[in-house]
Design a protein. Sequence first.
Length: 149
Amino acid sequence: MKATILKPTAEPRLRVVIWFAMKEQVRTQGAPQAIGPYSQAVKSGGLLFASGQVALDPATGGIVAGGIVEQTERVMKNIAAVLEASGTSFDKIIKSTVFLKDMGDFAKMNEIYGRYVSGDGKVAPARSTVEVSRLPKDALVEIEIIAFL
């Protein structure tokens, strides 16, 4: 992978040269298996693009019992497994997107999420959080991430 931005010349255009990298599928038994035509995660261009994780227990295939706290904890464990299988970690996440069934759960979700991505000098990733009408398997939370490898 190589991306180079050249300084503008006398021409008024900025020239950009990009070398595209191949993509590599990431699979781990430590997170729920893909249940459709998608990958748990894909490595490309020095980045990891991870599919959204819901609170599926990879051992049983079912949503974990409990509320938003238990579900967020399971989601973060699933993300940890994908990160580990990819050779990266929480401190290399640069962007996350959180989908909540109920924005009223934000504070509880945020507390669990924060334990994984901030503190101890870590720079927390950029994040968007949105409320949605429904999630797969009627989950309460889904989180997707982009990380450096």
